[in-house]
Design a protein around this ligand. Structure first.
Ligand code: FES
Ligand SMILES: [Fe+2]
Length: 368
């Protein structure tokens, strides 16, 4: 069986054609900080889509008083987060211009009696709090946050791993998260063990715009931190955001029953096309589950993935179905690639390869 037989490619498949439309990646939300670290009076510099920004938490920190601006002074381009922030004013380290937490320039020490011009102001970008993270959207038409109902269905049962930097494209990282065939090789002894290498057929569906892989079963020697024996486990995967994916581990007797069920949201934040910070949220269903052990387990598993994922070439995810050789177990990743095409995403994919007419790492992600 060839890939075309189980995943037909139409003659006008958009994945095989160039797309001159602007990349809507700037309209996506990306995580930039955990809520717990955003305490009053703190600054959080970060890079997103090739540009540096800083999140400012005012002294009376709440959602309304968290501001995100470019981390570059409009005067001579110094990095603002090198300066001082007292929870009310951010002072540039170079010539002392002061900005309030709305981004307005309030003081220019070389001309202490003058009123700074409008052009001296910083323009805040959208920031939102969800799932105990702060998310930033740089574009004008924000799309949806990743769908992750577990956070609300199991209040207080979510733990967040410190973000991990991975030197590759976001879509390569997400596709790895959707891949079961690597379990016995990359996560041997944990999520898989030879000779239990078979990936059984599963279903692909679209539910309210979310791409789902259903009835994904796999034999695992240690399916979770509390598992005492190996057995078949069942996952559902969901993709509702180009740089994020979730999994639901369906409760099974093999790994402790309903008490051990958990869900994970992987959310990838691109510093650039080929360097990302990956955030992992784990939600344990059981009120008595040890969240720290879930966090440690998730960090261990994800850490095992990094070397292989960073080694993949091309680093940008190929969207032409004929660009790589596939096996039947790749149905979910192929569906993800087509979902990215339908979403119009170029950033981090082969559609942004310089040789294909894309503009490379500093390319078409930014709006004019
Ligand atoms: S570069 Fe910031 S005040 Fe001059
Ligand atoms: Fe993995």
């Amino acid at each position: 069986m060839t890939v075309d037989e189980w995943f037909p490619v139409a003659a006008d498949d958009p994945a095989t054609t160039d797309d001159a439309a602007p990349d809507p990646i700037a309209d996506e939300w990306f995580p930039v900080a955990t809520a717990t670290e955003v305490t009053p009076g703190t600054v959080h510099p970060f890079q997103l889509l090739d540009e540096r920004y800083v999140l400012l938490a005012a002294n009376d920190a709440n959602d309304a008083s968290v501001t995100v601006v470019r981390d570059t002074c409009p005067h001579r381009g110094a990095q603002l987060s090198l300066g001082r922030f007292d929870g009310d004013r951010l002072e540039c380290a170079y010539h002392g211009w002061q900005f309030d937490t709305s981004g307005r320039c309030r003081h220019q020490p070389a001309h202490p009696d003058a009123t700074p011009s409008e052009a001296s102001n910083l323009r805040p970008v959208r920031v939102s709090r969800a799932y105990d993270l702060y998310w930033v959207c740089l574009g004008d038409e924000p799309r949806n946050l990743p769908y992750y109902p577990a956070f609300h269905l199991h209040p207080g049962r979510t733990t967040i791993c410190a973000p991990k930097r991975v030197r590759t494209s976001g879509p390569r990282i997400v596709e790895n998260f959707l891949d079961m065939a690597h379990f016995p090789f990359v996560h041997g002894g944990y999520l898989g063990t030879a000779p239990h290498t078979e990936v059984r057929d599963h279903e692909i569906a679209s539910v309210d715009g979310e791409l789902r892989a259903i009835n994904c079963t796999f034999w695992q020697p240690q399916p979770g931190p509390g598992a005492g024996q190996g057995g078949d486990v069942e996952y559902t995967y969901g993709v509702s955001h180009p740089y994020a994916a979730r999994l639901v581990k369906i409760p099974s007797e093999a790994d402790g029953g309903a008490a051990e069920a958990f869900e994970i949201l992987l959310a990838v934040s691109p510093e650039s096309e080929l360097s990302c910070r990956a955030w992992m949220l784990t939600t344990a269903h059981s009120p008595s589950a040890d969240l720290d052990s879930f966090n440690e387990f998730g960090a261990l598993i994800f850490g095992q993935d990094v070397a292989v994922v960073e080694s993949q070439r091309p680093a940008r995810l190929p969207l032409d179905p004929r660009a790589e050789q596939h096996q039947r177990a790749d149905r979910t990743s192929l569906a993800y690639r087509r979902w990215l095409v339908a979403r119009g995403i170029r950033y981090g994919t082969s559609r942004n390869e310089p040789e294909r007419g894309g503009t490379g790492p500093t390319g078409s992600a930014r709006k004019p």
